[in-house]
Design a protein around this ligand. Structure first.
Ligand SMILES: Nc1ncnc2c1ncn2[C@@H]1O[C@H](COP(=O)(O)OP(=O)(O)O)[C@@H](O)[C@H]1O
Ligand SMILES: O=C(O)C1=C[C@@H](OP(=O)(O)O)[C@@H](O)[C@H](O)C1
Ligand SMILES: [Mg+2]
Length: 178
């Protein structure tokens, strides 16, 4: 069985929610890359974006990802942009099995609510996008990112209950074998 599992997919596809359930099923530890970034930098994700722009966040994200590649028995919930970077994608594909939690645009919008705390879904003044503006932004980002998400080893339908999504992820990892 692969020693590391990387969950990728758009914001609100459920990576942070499903990750611990997958870890329980496999008897692995769980880490959320966003929490690791916050722990290592001592800053929240919005503060990192505010102070250093997206570039500073992406740099911290790549460093945090690299930290996970030696751990044995680990499920990693990446942030939705982490494995859009092709070097990061390669890092994760080499270190473990990459699973795309694919959620529809409608599910994504329903789960995002007011999208607070996600800097990429805010307006120029940092206010969460809402309604049509949020839908447009999500649609554009999804179209841009989905071809890269599709390079995951496995795709799991994330428009379902977390327990079902976790079951399918764990089964895919086990089936993949050693
Ligand atoms: N399978 C699911 N069904 C219903 N709600 C979910 C599901 N997965 C996540 N959520 C909810 O959607 C929101 C975003 O989930 P989260 O796990 O933070 O996504 P991600 O880490 O992919 O951004 C949270 O409010 C969470 O409770
Ligand atoms: O899609 C993205 O670029 C991001 C997704 C977020 O994580 P989630 O996908 O867990 O919301 C977080 O890493 C940051 O706000 C950027
Ligand atoms: Mg998350």
């Amino acid at each position: 069985m692969s020693p590391r599992v990387y969950l990728t997919g758009f914001m609100a596809s459920g990576k942070s929610t499903v990750g611990p359930l997958v870890a329980d099923r496999l008897g692995y530890r769980f880490v959320d890359l966003d929490w690791l970034i916050e722990a290592r930098t001592g800053q929240t994700i919005p503060a990192l974006f505010e102070r250093g722009g997206e570039a500073a966040f992406r740099e911290a994200e790549a460093e945090a990802l690299a930290e996970t590649t030696n751990a044995e028995g680990l499920v990693v919930a990446t942030g939705g942009g982490a494995l859009v970077d092709l070097v990061n994608l390669w890092t994760a594909q080499t270190a473990g099995v990459v699973v795309w939690l694919r959620a529809s645009a409608a599910t994504t919008l329903a789960r995002l609510g007011d999208a607070g705390g996600r800097p990429l879904l805010a307006d120029g003044a940092g206010r969460p996008l809402q309604g049509e503006a949020l839908a447009r932004r999500v649609g554009a980002l999804l179209a841009e990112r989905e071809p890269t998400y599709a390079q995951a080893h496995f795709v799991v339908d994330a428009d379902r209950l977390p327990a079902l999504v976790a079951r399918d992820v764990a089964e895919a990892v086990v089936e993949r074998g050693g």
